[in-house]
Design a binder for this molecule. Sequence first.
Ligand code: PLP
Length: 405
Amino acid sequence: MPKLSAKSSKLQASPIRKLAPHARAAEARGTRVIYLNIGQPDMPTPPEMIAELHGLSLARLAYAPSEGLPEARAAWSAFFESWGIRFAPDEVLVTNGASEAITFALAIVAGGGGEVLVFEPCYTNYLSFAAQADVTMRPVTLRVEDGYHFGAAERLRERIGPKTRGILLCNPSNPTGTVYTLAELEAVAQVAVEHDLFVICDEVYREFVFGGGEVRSFTRFEDLAQRIILVDSVSKRFNACGVRIGCMATRNREVLDVALRFCQARLSVPTAEQLMVVPMLERGREYSRRLCGEYERRRDAVFQGLGGIDGVSPHLSEGSFYTMTRLPIDSCEDFALFLLRDFSSGGETLSLAPGEGFYVTEGLGVDEVRIAFMYDAETLARAMRILDAAVAAYPGKLVGASLKS
Ligand SMILES: Cc1ncc(COP(=O)(O)O)c(C=O)c1O
């Protein structure tokens, strides 16, 4: 048999999806599974968006321009303007979700053997995007005890090597719910200038900041304008993951030129989908504001529930719609299997995302899980009671001295 490439082995199976067969088996046994592992919004896509799709009169579905339809580029530009972020339409490239934009950005900044700094735990697909672009992720490890904040510029400086070309940052963060402080953003900006680095800012959760907190886009740093590559998406803010529309925006003409060549090589982004998102991009702020309130209620239910579990000290997620927590468990991967194979409470069990898959560094995150807020607050409160019962029943529960501080 011919051998597969070395690169093939670098692509990890999604840690979020690999428990799916066990979840299906639990359901086949009649157990209801509450899926806390997947960040697929449970609420309906805005009717305005669906109506727009139905109202489109498209006589011929030709390739759209590689850079995106003018209407879609203008709508992204107007959307950014509503946040005080200035990108002209010709500084925006429409992409197949933020996923494609991040993959292009990584390839442009550090492709073919360069390195990019990333905070871990991180969005797990970053690792696969980096593998596709032949980029090495250099992790800056964050701790739950610090609310997954990194604090000072020194944490970044000590990880920079001769091949480091950029910093990839997700704010608010998936998977931790961290919203970086202004001082932290300034630290990133300072290090980027000192070491001549690009900053790839993934702001797909920009709307979701809890407690009325101010959203701080990275684009506020005007002196960083040539270094910033902003990545965005309609997936989460408009409950429209299946639409697959995102974008890359930058003022750096050289980056835009190369990015356009990547766009040309994949030809185009689907036409109808680009058009259906236009009204929401132009007028969707109120919609995502309401969503944020709902996610905050859910966050509170999870935080309260986790706080009631013996041996768990949760951190308060500040944004996005996730939290990560440490459990008093020897291996959360085994625990996630235990939940699906051997446990139920009142006919229900949970599907959890084990923490290991969110780390670049091997061996970290074994006692952590990520929880997504994709059910109403009542269901999430019940889910936390199920988690409490499962932790108590799990044979690998850590007690007393074996618990990590
Ligand atoms: C942090 C982050 N970035 C990017 C993406 C991908 O977004 P899209 O659906 O636009 O490709 C996700 C999806 O979960 C995400 O959580």
